[in-house]
Design a protein around this ligand. Structure first.
Ligand code: MSP
Length: 477
């Protein structure tokens, strides 16, 4: 079995914010799970940057930089940010790399050969912010793009068009035959009803674009950035050693880009004669304190800032537990700090500290018999089911439920009193507590990957527990 997990590739005209960190940490969590389940050699986790965009040219000009130098600087920033928040990607793709240009040109050539690309004239509106063509019905009453609150540019130019309309029925048939391919169900229904509205052919080249991959048949035309960007998922496995990862491909993306991934990309693959990925999952968006996040509102939150104050593991589980993956939800700094104080410092951190300290005190750090856990416990099996269904919040909630129950065992048995009157009964309680901590550790390799090695040190070897240490220090307020 192979798992090939992808995030969208990100535009580099701005710095990473918690929206991009959210998707990337979600996929990272899935990748860590699958590596544990099927072995790291069978998992490929891809993320990267979408660089052939007009936005890049504009952002570079603002910084008085050449686009190439700007792209190198920004791609590095994205890569480093992801590394520093603990994202364990196996490959980081940039759409300006030669490997991508080659794959794009080969695939576009195949689509040209099937006759699905023709020349025509495009007249209409284009939003550079979205890098997409807009119909009147997509705009606000004042004629603005609702996402960027800017009037789209009027364009009239000769373009190459992709016969998307030819794939309307094929896509409808595909969704009917593969009802679980796109999750969650609500997102699938949106796409199916979009298909019901009919598909128009789309423009896939830009004569005026400054950056981009040339059309193989006409180098004066640059391939439309989305047509090139989607192909990144295929580029990364387009080698003899990696091609069999394609059968296990799962794309994970935000709801803002579902039509590109769930209509245009499958049609492109059908035209090129390539199998569709195994599945797609569309997640929701979060607002910050009830407001859409944006530069103009001044409420953009940087992941590094959040990670610096409460640690990488808090960033991951704090974001992923705010609301179920797939739904929309809200995030606030207050909730985030409260989560750290109650669930991490006061919950799991406190639990490990109490148990290990008590074992030092009453058993001279020696482990009681039966303190190791079976790895196939019902708790673990439930946890696996949640993660495999991408119900990350469910998995995190059950993890903290287990922490609370274990703390409860400690409180109910008052083992610190029991140890003074009946040490052999107390040993049984300690054995049970250690078993629970082992299960918590097993889940922490996935949910709290930076804390898990410290937990492992605390749990010690077969004979003794480790020296007590604080997993989540109290925040200074
Ligand atoms: N470059 C395209 C994607 C090409 S994929 C072949 C693009 N890039 S983007 O930088 O705008 O990133 C979009 C993705 O960032 C969203 O699909 C989503 O995964 C993530 N998010 C951005 N803001 C977000 C929120 N406020 N909430 C959740 N996810 C967010 O579109």
């Amino acid at each position: 079995m192979k798992k090939y997990l992808t995030t969208p590739i990100y535009y580099v005209n701005g710095e990473p914010h918690i929206g991009s960190a959210y998707t990337t940490l979600a996929v990272d969590t899935l990748a860590r799970y699958w590596r544990q389940k099927i072995g790291p050699e069978n998992v490929l986790f891809l993320t990267g940057t979408d660089e052939n965009s007009q936005k890049t040219v504009e952002a570079a000009a603002k910084e008085n930089m050449e686009p190439g130098a700007y792209l190198d600087m920004m791609a590095d920033k994205w890569k480093q940010t992801f590394q520093s928040i603990g994202v364990s990607f196996d490959d980081f793709i940039r759409t300006t790399e030669p490997r991508h240009h080659q794959t794009v040109q080969t695939i576009i050539q195949t689509i040209l050969d099937t006759g699905d690309i023709y020349k025509g004239t495009y007249k209409g509106k284009y939003c550079v912010g979205c890098e997409s063509f807009k119909k009147e019905s997509d705009l606000t009453e004042d004629g603005l793009c609702p996402d960027h609150m800017k009037a789209p540019k009027e364009l009239e130019e000769e373009n190459y068009f992709f016969r998307l309309s030819k794939y309307e029925q094929k896509l409808k048939d595909f969704y009917l035959a593969n009802p679980n391919w796109l999750q969650p169900e609500t997102r699938k229904n949106e796409i199916v009803s979009f298909l019901e509205g009919g598909l128009d052919d789309i423009s896939v080249s830009r004569e005026s674009a400054e950056l981009g991959i040339p059309m193989p048949n006409d180098p004066n035309h640059k391939i439309y950035v989305w047509f090139d960007a989607l192909i990144n998922y295929y580029t990364a496995i387009n080698t003899d050693e990696k091609r069999d990862f394609w059968q296990g491909a799962e794309h994970i993306l935000g709801k803002d880009i579902s039509r590109f991934h769930c209509v245009i990309w499958p049609a492109m693959l059908m035209s090129a004669g390539i199998d569709l990925p195994q599945s797609e999952f569309v997640h929701g968006f979060f607002t910050v304190n009830g407001q859409k996040m944006g530069k103009s509102l001044g409420n953009v939150i940087h992941p590094l800032e959040l990670a610096e104050s409460n640690g990488n593991d808090c960033l991951r589980v704090g974001l992923l537990s705010s609301f179920e993956f797939g739904n929309d939800g809200d995030f606030s700094r207050e909730k985030y700090d409260h989560f750290y104080d109650t669930k991490l410092a006061g919950g799991v951190g406190n639990l490990f500290h109490r148990v290990i300290t008590l074992i030092h005190k009453f058993l001279d750090s020696k482990k009681p018999i039966g303190g190791m856990a079976d790895t196939e416990t019902p708790e673990w099996n439930d946890f696996c089911q949640h993660i495999e269904a991408k119900k990350m919040k469910h998995a995190i909630d059950m993890f903290f439920g287990l922490v609370d129950n274990t703390n409860q065992i400690l409180n109910d048995t008052e083992v610190w009193k029991l140890a003074k009157t009946d040490l052999s009964e107390a040993e049984k309680v300690f054995a049970k507590l250690l078993q629970k901590l082992e299960i918590i550790l097993q889940m922490s390799h996935i949910l709290l990957p930076e804390t898990a090695p410290k937990m492992k040190t605390l749990l010690g070897d077969e004979d003794r527990v480790g020296e007590p240490l604080i997993l989540f220090p109290r925040r200074e307020v």
